[in-house]
Ligand binder design. Structure first.
Ligand code: SIN
Length: 319
């Protein structure tokens, strides 16, 4: 059977980064090399079947904006709807990759694979990791039965729900925590350990239509993340409430506990109409709900993903 198209959308990141010296793996500028130039350096990619490329953005992912997310969701949805497209690969910086992955999964819930590819070393490095990661991502996108938003890094496939950057330097910088990875890519073949993220494309179209029109960051609900720690107070909550914040995610200690002074302010904010969600600041595990908890928990989402989920909830309640 003739292989169908894989669409590769470029958004920047270290995978497209350039340093002045090949031996420099950290003093580089992200998002310098265009998607076509990146692909030209990996001849094996073209051998795998037809590819279509598009540069959707060119940024360091620490500067990710809602406007770029809106554009990305629109382009992903456009290409997913084309029967000749088998899957999508998105090149992305590692720093906010987990937020984009969660956002795209929550909004698109795709029945085809959408694979985020990244790198910890710039394209100019002595031994860049981007080319292998990109090749692996295309193998995942071409895999029969693959679906949903996933990330591929250092030969490991992570689900959008679980993926988290856990290391600022090592090539294997991501983890799926307690859930474990979906599987591994080994010499272009997949060794799968668990199911792909669920697809529910029916609901997705309305959400994408809504979001595609929101090109200004001011159109999005304001949701902030605050942390509970020794000596915390309610001052930040009060300041944010005065500025009209609509949602707050608290990165709580342990099993969702919050410093009493901060908790009092959060309860007051909630009574005043601000949506409040507790996530744990622990790297692994989730908040196990106790009966009678006044503040909702994030149902296993990390603080940054709980923020995206709360923004999407607030958007839905607008319509
Ligand atoms: C970025 O997130 O765009 C820069 C860092 C990286 O990709 O590793």
């Amino acid at each position: 059977m003739t292989p169908r198209q894989i669409v590769i959308l470029g958004t920047g990141g270290t995978i497209a980064g350039r340093a002045a010296r090949p031996a420099d793996n950290i003093g580089y500028t992200a998002a310098q090399v265009g998607i076509d130039q990146l692909l030209a350096a990996i001849p094996a990619l073209a051998e795998s079947g037809p590819l279509v490329t598009e540069q959707v953005a060119q940024l360091d992912s620490k500067d990710m904006s809602f406007a770029v997310w809106a554009q990305l969701a629109a382009r992903v949805s456009h290409f997913l709807a084309r029967p000749e497209v088998q899957g999508i690969v998105i090149t992305h910086g590692t720093d906010t990759l987990e937020e984009t992955a969660y956002f795209l999964q929550a909004v698109c819930q795709p029945a085809k694979p959408v694979v985020l590819a990244c790198a910890m070393r710039p394209a100019t490095a002595l031994a860049p990791d981007g080319p292998q990661n990109l090749l692996d991502a295309v193998s995942v996108a071409r895999h029969a039965g693959a679906q949903g938003v996933v990330a591929v890094c250092a030969g490991t496939i992570h689900s959008a729900w679980d993926v988290q950057k856990i290391h600022p330097y090592r090539l294997d910088a991501f983890s799926s925590g307690d859930a474990g990875p979906i599987g591994y890519v080994e010499e272009g073949r997949l060794r799968l350990l668990r199911n792909w993220p669920l697809a529910q494309s029916g609901q997705a179209q309305a959400a994408i239509k809504n979001i595609a029109n929101m090109l200004s960051d001011d159109d999005w609900p304001r949701v902030e993340i605050i942390m509970s720690y020794a000596g915390a107070s309610g001052a930040i909550v009060e300041a944010l409430q005065a500025q009209g914040v609509q949602g707050l995610v608290v990165a709580a200690t342990g099993n969702g506990t919050v410093h009493c002074a901060l908790e009092a302010a959060l309860r007051q904010a909630q009574a005043g109409g601000v949506k409040v969600v507790r996530a744990t600041r622990c790297a692994n595990g989730r908040v196990l709900p106790l009966p009678g908890s006044v503040l909702a928990d994030s149902e296993g989402l990390s603080p940054v993903k709980a923020r995206v989920a709360l923004m999407l909830d607030l958007l839905r309640s607008r319509t």
